[in-house]
Design a protein around this ligand. Structure first.
Ligand code: ZN
Length: 135
């Protein structure tokens, strides 16, 4: 089946993140000088401006910071999934990432509940990080 939703557009900064997703690893940059874990990727640390960076693999665990339930598809490719949930996940390592909560009825969801990562292999080149309610 052809994937018709918008695809990621990796650039020099985000390619390590998308390569990690393909390997089912959620990767973030961590500043070697102040240890800030950042998202989105950038050339320098937004806190201390250091260019010294390592990539770490995050646990994939966090909590729902906030969310919205979509009842209208702004892109026709999403019509079959209505209603669907877009959320900002506050990860254990610190970054807030925008994703979807899947396998969850909107009435089950509230802020601050724990979630865990699942991978959606959308094409032969991309996997998307999504989240489910933790058991
Ligand atoms: Zn720093």
């Amino acid at each position: 089946m052809t994937y018709i939703k918008p695809l990621p557009q990796p650039n020099a900064d985000t390619k390590p993140f998308w390569d990690g997703c393909f390997e089912h690893q959620l990767r973030f940059q961590k500043c070697r000088d102040c240890e800030h874990v950042r998202w989105p990727p950038s050339v320098i640390c937004p806190l201390c401006y250091s260019p010294n960076t390592d990539w770490i693999v995050a646990s994939g665990k966090g909590i729902v910071y906030t969310f919205v339930v979509h009842h209208y598809a702004y892109n026709k490719a999403f019509e079959d999934e209505l209603p669907y949930i877009t959320a900002i996940i506050e990860l254990e390592e610190g970054p807030h990432i925008l994703s979807n909560i899947v396998d969850c009825h909107p009435s089950e969801l509230k802020c601050d509940v724990p979630v865990s990562i699942v991978w959606d292999d959308i094409t032969e080149e991309f996997s998307l990080p999504k989240f489910i309610l933790s058991a």
